[in-house]
Design a protein around this ligand. Sequence first.
Ligand code: TRP
Length: 452
Amino acid sequence: MPENRCVQGIWTSPWLFILAASGSAVGLGNIWKFPYMVGENGGGAFLFVYLLCMLFVGLPVLIAEVALGRSVRANPIDTINDLHERHIINKAWVLVPYLAGLAGFLVLSFYSVIAGWALAFFERSLKGVFTETDEVQTQSVFQELISSPSEMMLWHSVFVVLVILAVGQSVTRGLAVLVKVLLPSLVLMLLGLSVYSVLVGDLDQTLSFLFSWKWNQITPNVVLAAVGHAFFSLSIGMGGMFAYAAYMSKHMSIARACSIVVGVDTLVAILAGLVVLPLVFALNINVDTGPSLTFISLPVAFGSLPGGQLVGSVFFLLLILAALTSAISMLELFVSWLHERFYISRLKASLLLGVGVWLLGFASLLSLNDWSDWTVFGYVLFDLLDKFTSLILLPVVALLLSVLVALNIPRSRLENELITRNPKHFKWWYNVLKFFSIPIMLVITITGWIGV
Ligand code: TRP
């Protein structure tokens, strides 16, 4: 394929893909969701399965998605169309990238509500609301926010506008610069906070929660939660990585790039766990509190830190930016498609999608209070969107894309695309994907459908 096929430019250095993909992976999933998922799902048992999933399902599937994305150098929808037109794959596959785009769209609608919480906490932190606070007070600050639809609406709208403006730009330009500053700052901040948290928090209880677990704690629900979260955290199954891969230089080793992304993503999640959990135990907050866990425990730490007002504000700012670089990837699939296929400007395309996200997000934030009586399978809309995407849609799309790559694309094509210096590595990836990741996803998807 000629290198200039991509309408929107190519990352000028191989590192830019790694940066953009890490920016997509690292987000609220690592800092907000991971600690409470560990708490809710029994600690060490979840962590153990999660790490296995990252290595044996997340990484191989990410490599497959990126290889597919780079092969044609177009947006995911046109890529699959192109493969179909050249009689490499069957017509039915053409539906898959639309499902992937839908997943990104649905995730963004509740993701932006949570990013809105981070904005609200940023504002409160700047105002010094958390100075010398305790967990009872932070709990009521959180409760006050959740029970005010108008305030949540305000911050949700601010975040959606930021996303629209950001996706309106070409991702091959500003994004990597932002991530280059953001990621090291975030890692440093989390390192500093984890040292503090380990010193003042309850390390003993954290360690026993994470390391003394029993095999019988690995229930189907824990496995399902761990696989679902691995997909969520690596942004796979929604075509964002697929879309970014189109801008990736042909000379770069896909396996190496993807391994770095998985490593960075796991590191940030574990650091966030080490910040949140020792505090949670020391403050006697229930570990299985759920989505409010990070928002309740961290401000208490900021309140007691010297210079905590500043540290807390910088932390929430970094969290918002991390959420923004993830959010960009959720709309990239449809935005790049509308732009390349229909010549709609990126800004107009993101405005169009952003309005949809804004409306659905509005409904999902209302479901946390005024509309909380309205449930499907016992879930309010907010939880329904979260569970439906993480446990069903992302695994299904990831499964379909993996089957497409492993069983439908000729092996020689994949070997060319993946250019590994060591042929053994290719075999490894190919066999793990075919005989391990795909069967696991199949089981997970079926249990997901039955169990949710
Ligand atoms: N990975 C991001 C996080 O951890 C969230 C994210 C980005 C995502 N793109 C996605 C989640 C696609 C699901 C699907 O915060």
